[in-house]
Design a protein around this ligand. Sequence first.
Ligand code: FE2
Length: 248
Amino acid sequence: MFSFFSKKYFLKDQLEDFIDIHNHILPGIDDGAANLQASIELIEGFNRLGINKFIATPHIMNDYYPNSPESIGNALRILREELNVQRKKNIQIKAAAEYMMDQAFLELMMKEDLLTLTDNKVLVEMSYFQAPINLNEILFQLQTRRYLPVLAHPERYAFFHSKSLNKYKALKNRGCSFQLNILSLVGHYGKNIQEIALRLLEEEMIDFLGTDTHQMRHLEKLSSIKISKKQLQLILPVIDKTKESFRF
Ligand SMILES: [Fe+2]
């Protein structure tokens, strides 16, 4: 019999063995896990989804979260020690960062090596209100140093939204890869962001997926996501590419 309701698929069923390359699970150093206990709870939540490999990406944001390789390395060590004590041997965590592209970022990259997701890939974000006025300069300087910028959640920057997606195309032409937040697919950040997320997927402009998990409610929402067959077909290659590119 004809049905108005086409079949929907749980996205979580496709996330077994996924490597999450964008999350805030390190304890106490940004707006993610507040302490060690919260980190462990998040990791256990991920485990229930079949995810046990992580590249933790705490914010490095001059005014709010002035993290450094030292503060991040320290939080990673504390978390790994606790996982060891709790005999959670199946968990593998590396750390990088989510760099805010502000003036301090430009100075930072002149001064020291950046924390990379893998090889030379650097996760970067920008303000939700406006692009950095020196965005071109930042991208140029990154590439001069042979870094490959991976733009976190491109769909969330409303000032890039347009029918033609031309601002996104320009960023890709300038060498940016795009990392979509999985929760954008279900309107967690709003309807416009959901629409652009789906369009970027349809146009095959999304390179990688990440959860950007800060707290347990993000994981709860993630586990309930249902998508259409068409969306599933768009997303599976991106899941594979993410696993392939960041394998460890
Ligand atoms: Fe993030």
